[in-house]
Design a protein around this ligand. Structure first.
Ligand code: GLV
Ligand code: MN
Ligand code: MN
Length: 421
């Protein structure tokens, strides 16, 4: 079987499905598919509708990941997918592109009447974003076996609700989430399509690129404890202002990231009591530190924690640090990345691979299976924002490139087939 004899994806249909998802779960304020909410369930209901139109049933594993299988001539299956959840005011494509393109790959095989040479397994990972509890890759880490149930279950959102209780409302027992790993046995590799969420492809004029791996991340909560006092009567010289300690630390993190050629983000800063008439006696900051190399990530983290300590000391504040979540950097599978580059060259006319600064379920899956990813460009490099966008022409090229990669893996013989078998 050659790629030319295989069915080809209907990219326009995938884009239409993405627009329908946006109509149901997005709007002017952006995507609203925060995991474990009604909008997320609505997005998954749409996926269920699309799959049943195709004629494929789906089920859920112990971590709340949704799976759908299309049987082929050979096992194990090629897994394809991404995540339907979004950050609270997110973009229409982050995650959704990969899931609906995966559905498109399934649709093309079913409607052609051809049986795929190898089985396909679609997956919609649960809570990739970690926007609410700070724990990214919930479902994919349960699948790969790195999920730390006792720690994760106790993580709380801004309103004090525990992760374990919230996921239970969706029928997920976080203590049993690791049982999702049983699905590994029937899978040979994992392929994911995603938007880049950064500026590289657009700057280089590329319509698709291969992804070589993902950066590592350390995510910590730093709580500065000073003394709350009256805003009008507490002398400037005798304050123990926890808010200013946190701000000083945040500014220092920026310098550390620049020095170390990584990224450091203070994405959340909460001051208490949080009124204009009181010196903040408490400040809580959530810090996300990223680097492509494990050793450098460690160096950066030590510098960040040192900066937080110094800022606390300068303002006579206490400091409590808690590790929320982290992941080591990872390289994707060399053989599959080469195939991904070939697909880019054949369909999008360019052969380029880059490392992802954004996190993906693929980073967890790559710990247990050979993995490759394809990126589509992001307009202005913007993501995790309502303005996130990609032109239809670029989406079409990237969707067709991903489809070509899937085909290449499905029909592969020899070393690649052995790699995924
Ligand atoms: C998710 O998109 C992340 O990069 O954290
Ligand atoms: Mn994503
Ligand atoms: Mn995201």
């Amino acid at each position: 079987l050659t790629a030319g004899k295989c069915p080809q994806i209907d990219a326009a249909r995938v884009i239409a499905d993405l627009r329908e998802l946006d109509r149901r779960t997005g709007g002017p304020g952006g995507a609203r598919r925060l995991a474990w909410t009604d909008e997320w369930r609505e997005a998954r209901a749409l996926l269920g509708e699309l799959l049943s139109q195709i004629g494929i049933s789906s089920d859920r594993d112990e971590a709340g990941n949704v799976w759908a299988r299309l049987e082929g001539d050979e096992e194990p299956a090629v897994a394809i997918g991404s995540h339907l959840d979004s950050v609270p005011s997110g973009g229409w494509l982050d995650g959704a592109l990969g899931v609906l393109a995966a559905a498109g790959v399934m649709r093309s095989w079913v409607s052609s009447g051809q049986r795929p040479p190898r089985s396909l397994a679609l997956v919609d990972w649960a809570d990739e974003e970690g926007a609410r509890f700070g724990h990214s890759l919930f479902g994919s880490s349960a699948f790969s076996g790195t999920f730390d149930a006792p720690h994760a279950g106790e993580l709380c959102d801004q309103t004090g609700q525990r992760l374990a209780d919230v996921v239970a409302a969706d029928g997920v027992d976080s203590r049993r989430a690791l049982e999702a790993g049983r699905r590994r046995a029937r899978l040979g590799c994992y392929l994911e399509l995603h938007i880049e969420q950064g500026p590289v492809l657009e700057r280089r004029g590329l319509r698709a690129a291969a992804v070589s791996g993902c950066v590592g991340i350390e995510r910590h909560r730093c709580r500065f404890i000073g003394q709350t006092g009256h805003a009008g009567t507490t002398p400037m010289t005798s304050r123990r202002d926890a808010g200013l300690a946190a701000c000083a630390a945040a500014l220092e993190l920026e310098q550390i990231a620049v020095r170390c050629a990584g990224t450091a983000t203070t994405g959340s800063l909460t001051l208490r009591p949080g009124i204009p008439t009181a010196v903040p006696g408490e400040a809580e900051m959530l810090v996300d530190v990223r680097h492509a190399e494990a050793a450098q990530l460690h160096v950066m983290l030590q510098a960040v924690l040192g900066a937080a300590r110094a800022a606390a000391d300068t303002r006579r504040c206490g400091l409590r640090v808690e590790r929320v979540w982290g992941i080591a950097p990872i390289e994707f599978d060399e053989t599959l990345v080469v195939l991904a580059r070939e697909a880019c060259a054949e369909i999008a006319g360019s052969d380029f691979a880059l490392r992802s600064g954004a996190l993906h379920d693929a980073a967890e899956v790559a710990r247990v299976l050979p993995v490759a990813m394809i990126f589509a460009p992001s307009r202005g490099g913007i993501s995790h924002a309502p303005e996130e966008d990609t032109s239809d022409a670029d989406l079409t090229a990237a969707i067709e490139t991903f489809d070509r990669l899937c085909t290449k893996v499905l029909i592969s013989r020899g070393p690649i087939a052995e790699r995924v078998a």
